[in-house]
Design a protein around this ligand. Structure first.
Ligand code: NI
Ligand code: MN
Length: 228
């Protein structure tokens, strides 16, 4: 096993590696579907995809408690620094950085990114994570479908995490198209069932994934994990 990937509800994911735990978009304490509280989660790295409150979430309090390094676009890092977060590494789209666990690169995302107080959050992003054993994970985070997903999948993906909630992001139909562009070995749905406006039948979607693609769908409940 090179990583344990856990869905903590909404767009929040934990990736445990032998070289540390990555926490993605830690929206927990105000998240009705959260499987953990901000005070209880582990983090050596916190990845923030964009400025919306359901993604920045509890980043400030978790970063202060754990001393985790926050990886996000430059504007979000500057904003977090003003809230007292000491360790940040600002990126821009297409840029990446090397860490003990491997490499993280910020990918395109078609969305918006205003921070909770109205500040400019820069460009929204997704994350392509290459663990140093070569395992590759793609977290699309909040985005519409876009054709350049073909490029993200080109190097092979062990897991893609895609939103299926519709309304604010791709819905089930476009997430199915995304799988056809990304061609990941496995796919996990995200960003749905948190609130009624983004309710989806993930099992029905998974059946379509099995019927129409060669990707294996993995539908988790908040708190459940898969091993890579
Ligand atoms: Ni958003
Ligand atoms: Mn969102």
């Amino acid at each position: 096993m090179t990583a344990k990937v856990t869905w903590l509800g909404h767009g929040c994911w934990s990736v445990e590696t032998p070289q540390g735990t990555l926490l993605i978009d830690p929206f927990l304490d105000d998240n009705p579907a959260a499987a953990a509280k901000a005070e209880a989660v582990a983090a050596d790295y916190i990845l923030v995809s964009h400025g919306h409150g359901d993604h920045v979430g509890d980043t400030v309090k978790i970063a202060r408690r754990t001393g985790a390094l926050v990886i996000a676009c430059y504007e979000i890092c500057e904003w977090l620094a003003r809230q007292g977060v000491e360790r940040t590494l600002g990126h821009n789209l297409g840029g990446g950085s090397q860490h003990p666990f491997g490499r993280v690169q910020l990918t395109l995302a078609h969305h918006s990114s205003v921070l909770p107080d109205g500040s400019n959050g820069g460009n929204p992003a997704g994350f392509l994570i290459t663990l140093h054993q070569g395992t590759r994970l793609y977290f699309a985070c909040d985005t519409a479908l876009f054709l350049d997903m073909q490029l993200i999948g080109r190097g092979g993906l062990d897991l893609a995490v895609l939103p299926i909630g519709d309304l604010f992001t791709m819905g089930p139909d476009d997430a199915l198209e995304a799988i056809k562009l990304l061609k990941p070995r496995r796919v996990a749905p995200s960003h749905y069932n948190t609130w009624p406006p983004i309710a989806q039948d993930a099992q029905a979607w998974a059946a379509r994934v099995r019927a129409e693609t060669s990707t294996e769908p993995v539908v988790l409940r908040p708190g459940e994990s898969l091993s890579l």
